[in-house]
Write a protein that binds this ligand. Structure first.
Ligand code: KG4
Ligand code: ZN
Length: 339
């Protein structure tokens, strides 16, 4: 039987809704991004985020239903992101989903946002199990061994900042704007994707990541070169655009090396894997994606990465997880809460 899943995702700064059909896959994927709202602060302001979700959610869910040519009556299951994320933002989505579930008597399923990212590469392509998944965004960076739908082992994660956060914070430091990842990539291309400053690659033996040290290393290097005015707490006007591009390029190459190094390690520990996937907002990065795909092919492994719309936060990936959880009979009740 065809199952229609309505999914809602409000864990951070995107109000998102999607309709997924177990037979026809993604029927709609709608999103309102709050990037403009938070841009002047150089990061997400939780209070502004939850208020904006509250204003937009009704409209976004309605648009997702219209685009999928269905109504709430036709929906079979409501899936909603329950963790991790900003509490106020998560609460808006979970409360809204519970309301729909209650009024229309539809079963509800709470989904872990990180599980959504892990399986986001399945939205467009099939993929063999087991596989290694590198998931990197502004909120998390982790590598998983994925055994099957809903069955995965965390091999390592960041001990401090996420990779996307490092791009965002360093871009902010250089006054480049928000979010930093796409800007850093663009500038790195302009500097021909070369390594100018050889920033330190974290050498931790485990599969954990650490990016706060890298951020600090870039900061001290900017000071040492006279490109950051410590008294004024801003980038010095003497730093040229070309120099900023060189910093961006060196940073991108450093993060890329750290990722490939960790995947190499993970593969040595788990030679049974058949594929590698790269997901999350940072997987929008063409340079890193190309390098990880080459690494996979060199090791005779399949490679998967979602289209950019499914790398960044979206509700389609939450619907996908909701669908297989429904297959497995893993429904929640009204005790469903955030976290
Ligand atoms: O998955 P996502 O939309 O939200 C979180 O769950 O955090 O990821 C956003 C993150 C931001 O840190 C952003 O700078 C980064 O992904 N990002 C990129 C690129 N596009 C987005 N990082 C590197 N290169 C990109 N092209
Ligand atoms: Zn995310």
């Amino acid at each position: 039987m065809n199952r229609l899943v309505l999914a809602i995702e409000t864990s951070c700064d995107e109000t998102a809704a999607a309709v997924y059909s177990s037979e026809k896959k993604i029927l709609s994927n709608v999103l309102f991004s709050q990037t403009e709202l938070h841009r002047e602060y150089g990061g997400v302001i939780p209070e502004l985020a939850s208020r904006s979700h509250l204003e937009k959610i009704n409209h976004i869910v309605e648009r997702a239903l219209i685009a999928a040519n269905c109504t709430l009556q036709n929906i079979d299951v409501v899936a909603v992101t329950k963790k991790p994320g900003l509490p106020g933002s998560l609460l808006v989505g979970v409360s809204f989903a519970k309301g729909i579930s209650w009024v229309y008597k539809k079963p509800i399923i709470g989904v872990d946002h990180l599980e959504g990212h892990i399986f986001s590469s399945f939205l467009e392509h099939e993929q063999p199990f087991p596989f290694l998944c590198l998931s990197a965004s502004g909120g998390h960076t982790a590598v998983y061994l994925v055994h099957n739908f809903g069955n995965f082992t965390l091999l390592g994660s960041t001990r401090d900042d996420a990779a996307g956060e490092a791009f965002d914070k360093i871009a902010k430091l250089m006054g480049l704007g928000y979010p930093g990842g796409p800007i850093i990539e663009q500038m790195a291309v302009q500097a021909h994707l070369k390594d100018y400053f050889n920033y330190p690659r974290s050498t931790a033996q485990s599969l954990d990541f650490s990016f706060s040290g890298l951020k600090t290393a870039v900061f001290y290097d900017l000071i040492a070169r006279g490109w950051y005015d410590v008294a004024k707490k801003e980038i010095s006007p003497s730093m040229t655009l070309e120099e900023k591009q060189q910093v961006a390029s060196s940073l991108l190459l450093c993060v890329n090396d750290i990722f490939v190094h960790k995947l190499k390690k993970a593969l040595k520990l788990h030679p049974e894997v058949k594929a590698i996937s790269f997901v999350g907002g940072v997987a929008c990065n063409k340079f890193i994606t190309k390098n990880i795909s080459e690494f996979a092919y060199d090791h005779k492994l399949q490679f998967a990465t979602p289209s950019p719309a499914y790398c960044t936060d979206n509700a389609a990936m939450i619907a996908f997880v909701g669908n297989y959880k429904a297959d497995q009979g893993l429904f929640d009740d009204y005790a469903l809460d955030i976290f």
